[in-house]
Design a protein around this ligand. Sequence first.
Ligand SMILES: NC(=O)c1ccc[n+]([C@@H]2O[C@H](COP(=O)([O-])OP(=O)(O)OC[C@H]3O[C@@H](n4cnc5c(N)ncnc54)[C@H](OP(=O)(O)O)[C@@H]3O)[C@@H](O)[C@H]2O)c1
Length: 336
Amino acid sequence: MIGADLLFTVLKHPAFHALTALLVVGFLTAVSLLKFYAYVTCGYFHEKAEMKGKTVIVTGATGGIGKETARELAKRGARVLIACRNAESGEKVKEEIVRSTKNEQIVVKKLDLSSLKSVREFAEDINRTEQRLDVLIHNAGTAENKFKKTEDGIEVTMATNHFGPFLLTHLLIDLLKRTESSRIVVVASELYRLASLNLNNLNPASSWCPPYWYYVSKYANICFTLELARRLEGSGVTANCLHPGMIDSGIWRNVPVPLSWGLQLIVKGFFKTPLQGCQTSVFLACSEEVKNVTGKYFMDCKEKGLSSGATDVSKAKKLWELSEKFVNLKNTDPKI
Ligand SMILES: NC(=O)c1ccc[n+]([C@@H]2O[C@H](COP(=O)([O-])OP(=O)(O)OC[C@H]3O[C@@H](n4cnc5c(N)ncnc54)[C@H](OP(=O)(O)O)[C@@H]3O)[C@@H](O)[C@H]2O)c1
């Protein structure tokens, strides 16, 4: 009874109300300052680069950064191919983009990057139906929190984020080469710095920490892009990769509770919006400034340095050769 009386007295005390108000105001001020920080440190792409007459593929454009990338390119007049695993979500996004940009040149195509068969079917469709491909944006990504293998026996995060895009690039390379000054843009992540790329274990048999493979896959994205740029030297196709910033998107959906509760506070309070997150992808897809730039890593629309491991040429070459085997590249497939 004494305890309850004491609690009641404290709750009624004006000093308690003042302290609560102070905490709420302090929290809201901190969140606003962090949002403001995120806003002023974001690199915006302001160039009025037109994309009329150009065809762009954006993988994973059903949400997050990919959807805003597709919208921004549609605004600039591009014919945008939304490559997604869920056609229904793709159609909804298409409607939304057509409505907001008045650009009717939006096409939905089925692509599940975790399936080599789906990647081949998608590429076959594109090669059959498209006359040109100006930009291929490897944006789709996943961070699985449970260890799973695909129908091809590959760990899901590695399959979706690295092996699928690796195969897709091969299967579309002739179309890209036939299109003047075409570009490949790979959405990697600064989180690659949390991993190492063990070439003896690109497809783990098991894992006590499945999210780790997200970092490894992003490391692979960077090595892949740099090696791709070396192999495409003189072909008229450029390849660059980027970190979009820390973005409030669906990529965090697999973080388990209770970790996700704290994370959601940080994500909502501190992270950038998907529109802010798409700026560097759009910059690399259409800026005149990077027309002839290849084999580089960007953040906030500016070139950034990489770790010595990520720029290791022999490691990238070996990753390439191993990846050819994992995706079962055939003699009849285009070689890069
Ligand atoms: N958010 C960040 O802070 C951050 C930071 C660094 C890098 N990135 C990178 O940014 C890229 C975009 O991610 P996001 O943040 O926008 O995440 P998101 O909101 O989860 O969007 C990911 C997109 O990828 C698609 N996708 C996932 N698995 C796929 C598969 N097997 N086949 C085809 N599409 C698939 C998703 O489609 P569904 O709608 O079907 O799920 C979705 O459209 C990723 O490469 C990610 O690694 C993000």
